[in-house]
Structures are given as structure tokens and as C-alpha cells.
Design a protein around this ligand. Structure first.
Ligand code: NI
Length: 138
């Protein structure tokens, strides 16, 4: 078993009640696990701020009939080929496409790629999900 540190923290009663209610909604049965998850989230956010090696996904929804859009997205992805590990394309209907890219690399590069893809004219929805390589969180 890993080394564990026990900590006692003081929290406003109302705040703790609200947190417990949220935990229940999300299906946590253990307060410690819920708090560990929050801590890990904060650390992952920090990894992204520090420009470390990160992983994540970029999700795009767009209408492929939009003029030059498919070409522009393709061009961008080729410029950042080193950051894209995998790419999934689903034809949602006759017009709309859903694209999910798994990305890995320096957080600044990954963020720049996501910003450029999401900001491309004709992309109706885009989202970067930040995850971690897990190296420092295990
Ligand atoms: Ni498509």
C-alpha cells in the first residue's frame, strides 16, 4: 500500500453539506476519494499552465459543406502532425461531422492547435479536454 498522509481540514458546515450533496449526485461514496479527485484536477490544470507534456482530446462539430472548411482543418492538422496521435471522424448526418482528435505534446502547442481548429470559420462547436499523462499522479 502507498504511503498515506491523514489530514484534518476545517470547512464551513454549509459548504461541506453542499459538497456532500454534490458527491452523492456524482456517485462518490467516499469523501476522501472525492477530495483526491479535486486535488488531481488542480494538478492537471497546473501541468497545462506549466507547459509540460500533456495529453487531451479536441472535439469539433462542423458542416462539411462550408466552403474550404474541410481543407482548412486538414491543412491545420498537417501543420501540427506531431501533436495529433489519433483522429476519429463520424458523419453525423448528410451535413454534419464530429471529429475527435487525441493530442499529446507540449501544452502550449496543443492549446495553439485547439484554438486554431476551434476558431476556424464554420466550426459550430469545439472543445479542448485537458487530461494528463498520469506520470506524476499515479
Ligand atoms: Ni463527415
Amino acid at each position: 500500500m502507498k504511503d498515506l498522509t491523514r489530514v484534518a481540514i476545517s470547512i464551513d458546515k454549509r459548504l461541506m453539506e453542499r459538497f456532500d450533496a454534490l458527491m452523492e449526485e456524482k456517485g462518490f461514496t467516499n469523501r476522501s476519494e472525492a477530495i483526491r479527485d479535486l486535488i488531481r484536477d488542480a494538478l492537471v490544470e497546473r501541468e497545462w499552465e506549466e507547459g509540460r507534456e500533456v495529453v487531451g482530446t479536441i472535439t469539433l462539430v462542423y458542416n462539411h459543406h462550408t466552403r474550404e472548411l474541410s481543407d482548412n482543418l486538414n491543412e491545420l492538422q498537417h501543420s501540427y502532425y506531431g501533436s495529433i496521435i489519433s483522429n476519429l471522424h463520424i458523419h453525423l448526418d448528410e451535413h454534419n461531422c464530429l471529429e475527435v482528435m487525441v493530442v499529446r505534446g507540449n501544452s502550449a502547442d496543443v492549446r495553439a492547435l485547439a484554438d486554431r481548429l476551434i476558431g476556424t470559420r464554420g466550426v459550430v462547436h469545439g472543445k479542448l479536454t485537458m487530461a494528463t499523462t498520469g506520470k506524476d499522479l499515479a
